[in-house]
Structures are given as C-alpha cells and as structure tokens.
Design a protein around this ligand. Structure first.
Ligand SMILES: [Zn+2]
Length: 74
C-alpha cells in the first residue's frame, strides 16, 4: 500500500535534474545495517533494480513514525 502511494506521488512530482529522493521507486529493508538507535533493518531506496538511496536509518527514524519500524508498511 505504501509503495503504491509513493509511486503515485512520484508520477505527480515535476521532473528534477537531481535523481535523489524523488527517483526512488520503492523502499526495501537492508537487514545488514543497523540504525543509530540499534534498530534494523535500515531503509534502502530502489529504482529500476538499482540502489538509489542507501539509508543509514531505520523506518522509524527515516519517516518519524513508530509504525514504520515494520518494512511491510513502507
Ligand atoms: Zn532508527
């Protein structure tokens, strides 16, 4: 559900020269990394099968919502 919403938002966003956050197609969990608060997984952003955002924070810290500790809700 969350990924679908993100995709919808990306379509409405104006194209920007910088590929960063707007270029992320979906978020996947990185279980090989821990957030600074000791929580795993960290948030990784993918587009076209490639990593475009290699986050160092868990879902809670990335979005500031405790419910997003669960990667299933990204
Ligand atoms: Zn965190």
């Amino acid at each position: 559900m969350a990924a679908r919403n993100a995709k919808k938002r990306a379509k409405f966003a104006a194209p920007e020269p910088e590929p960063q956050a707007d270029a992320i197609e979906k978020f996947v969990p990185n279980y090989g990394r821990q957030c600074e608060v000791g929580q795993a997984p960290c948030v990784t952003g993918m587009r076209d099968g490639k990593v475009v955002y290699d986050g160092t924070k868990c879902g809670v810290c990335t979005w500031g919502d405790p419910a997003l500790a669960d990667p299933g809700r990204w």
